[in-house]
Design a protein around this ligand. Structure first.
Ligand SMILES: Nc1ncnc2c1ncn2[C@@H]1O[C@H](COP(=O)(O)OP(=O)(O)OP(=O)(O)O)[C@@H](O)[C@H]1O
Ligand SMILES: [Mg+2]
Length: 252
């Protein structure tokens, strides 16, 4: 198995609470791996440690064979491991095209003003604008290119987040609840786009999602977490029908 991302016995503590407790996962290249688990089971904390937002209290993270444990978020981003974030308020005043262009330059962990200065320089770069337009066409957002981003629907904003990651030439994307609050039709479309991105751009995905009715049929492999630990892994149907997993959801 060709592995894109691997964690080994990863630990993150908040005071006495082990939010992530010896978590070891493997994400094969060009696969879509889903993490499920009840509220508070440590899913977001896990991706925060992987993406460098939090420092690990133990264990290791490897990306494309390279030890990236506790590297700063922008370094991890530039290696091609891109975690999408909600587009922050000030950036929603920028147009759809400008937001895609920022994917090239800007990581949420960095200075926003610096990114804007970079953007004014980028604007002269025809090639990058062309690339951004191609991405918008692919996402079917091109007709909205000059709209301010706050005018987009919740689902369109999620697509725009994917567009920014594509602009950054992400090798792997980590998505935390990509269809939360999105209507079912657009939610299916987002997951179809995710599969298309995997197939056309060879991107690997690690996705957290609660809406299993929609997500399950699009993913290759599933990890289930509860209380900071991995309690099951395997093909989607197998994991969701595993009594241990069902018990974790019921037991809370
Ligand atoms: N910054 C923090 N400081 C202290 N405790 C935290 C912090 N972030 C998360 N926690 C705690 O760590 C545990 C795991 O939280 P986390 O957000 O990772 O869960 P989750 O699986 O993403 O849940 P959800 O499905 O609700 O998003 C919870 O008990 C939470 O209260
Ligand atoms: Mg979460």
């Amino acid at each position: 198995m060709d592995v894109a991302l691997e964690t080994k016995s990863l630990v993150k503590q908040f005071g006495g609470l082990r939010a992530v407790d010896e978590v070891s996962i493997k994400v094969p290249k060009k696969k879509i791996v889903l993490i499920i688990g009840p509220n508070g089971s440590g899913k977001t904390t896990l991706v925060n440690v992987i993406s460098g937002v939090y420092k690990a209290d133990g264990g290791k993270v490897y990306f494309m064979g390279k030890d990236i444990t506790n590297k700063p978020p922008h370094v991890i981003y530039r290696l091609g491991l891109v975690r999408t974030f909600q587009i922050p308020q000030p950036l929603r005043k920028l147009t759809v095209l400008e937001n895609v262009l920022l994917g090239q330059a800007y990581h949420p962990g960095e200075n926003f003003l610096k990114a804007l200065i970079y953007l004014s320089w980028l604007k002269r770069e025809e090639e990058l604008v062309e690339k951004a337009f191609k991405i918008l066409e692919f996402l079917k957002l091109d007709h909205l290119w000059d709209q301010e981003s706050y005018k987009l629907s919740g689902g369109q904003l999620k697509l725009l987040e994917l567009g920014r990651a594509l602009m950054a030439d992400a090798k792997m994307m980590i998505l935390d609840e990509p269809i939360a609050g999105v209507n079912p039709t657009l939610a299916h479309e987002i997951f179809r786009k995710i599969q298309e991105i995997r197939d056309k751009f060879d991107v690997t995905f690690l996705i957290i999602e609660h809406r299993l009715d929609i997500a399950l049929k699009y993913v290759d492999y599933v990890y289930a977490m509860a209380r900071g630990r991995v309690i099951a892994e395997g093909p989607p149907e197998e994991v969701v029908n595993n009594p241990v997993v069902i018990e974790a959801y019921i037991g809370g």
